[in-house]
Design a binder for this molecule. Structure first.
Ligand code: ADP
Ligand code: MG
Length: 223
């Protein structure tokens, strides 16, 4: 009976997901339709073209994010150097963070740490988590990355001293389209959870409102 219940729950989740996607795809399509209609009657083509391209980009983004769910079998795992991956991401994000008065510090082991995985997907996960940490610091602050290793495991933590999450929000993160941001899409964590699940890893969250948040990602090093 318990298993039945779980399956029903999963099915209704897939239904909700499909409804959410349909809704999100309909919004940009409505804009596109309106602008194409107006284009026939107006001379403001540049603005319209820009808006249309922007909306097409939005559809593309949403559909791409969901590919992680659609095609988990096509993913090829290889040896991924987590140290280099994180270092590259930090270098990439530092300038943008500094503009927002956010410093990024790191405590990574000197020796390189590798796991079996898909590099682009793993990059996407840590990009999402670090960006969320930066966005949790509207008045600036610090984001710290740590990596702890044992023979069997590696744990990477992204720590911010930002706005934190209420227990209500903690319950809801990872749900498709759950966002508290004006220009958020609520897909980053959903996709990140799915990718980490595909890597047989775990994500844990500790958070306190107005104190900060720690996201930890744990991988097995034994293959
Ligand atoms: P988005 O960033 O587009 O809102 P995400 O799936 O990445 O979507 O995150 C969902 C929500 O989780 C965010 O809107 C925010 O409320 C919350 N959240 C995620 N990371 C943090 C963090 N480090 N600190 C505070 N809140 C966070
Ligand atoms: Mg995000």
């Amino acid at each position: 009976a318990e298993e039945m219940l779980q399956k029903t729950e999963k099915l209704s989740m897939v239904g909700e997901l499909a409804a959410g996607i349909a809704h999100e795809i309909r919004n940009p399509l409505t804009t596109i339709k309106g602008f194409v209609q107006l284009m026939g009657e107006s001379k403001q083509e540049d603005y319209f073209t820009e808006t249309i391209l922007g909306e097409i980009e939005r559809i593309n983004f949403i559909v791409n994010e969901f590919m992680v769910f659609a095609k988990p079998h096509d993913v090829l795992f290889s040896e991924c150097n987590l140290s280099v991956l994180l270092q590259d991401l930090i270098s990439f994000l530092k300038p943008e963070a500094l503009l927002k008065n956010v410093t990024i510090s790191q405590h990574l082991p000197k020796e390189h740490v590798t796991i079996s995985g898909e590099k682009h997907q793993l990059k996407q996960v840590f990009l999402n988590l670090i960006k969320n940490a930066i966005e949790a610091l509207p008045n600036g602050g610090n984001v710290t990355l740590t990596m702890e290793t044992t023979r069997e495991e590696v744990i990477i933590s992204i720590i911010d001293n930002g706005i934190g999450l209420s227990s209500d929000q903690l319950q809801r993160i990872g749900e498709p389209f759950f966002t508290t941001k004006a220009s958020g899409n609520g897909l980053g964590l959903m996709v990140s959870y799915k990718i980490i699940q595909n890597h047989s890893g775990h994500i844990t969250v500790k958070s306190e409102p107005n104190k900060g948040t720690t996201f930890s990602v744990k991988f097995s090093r034994v293959t």
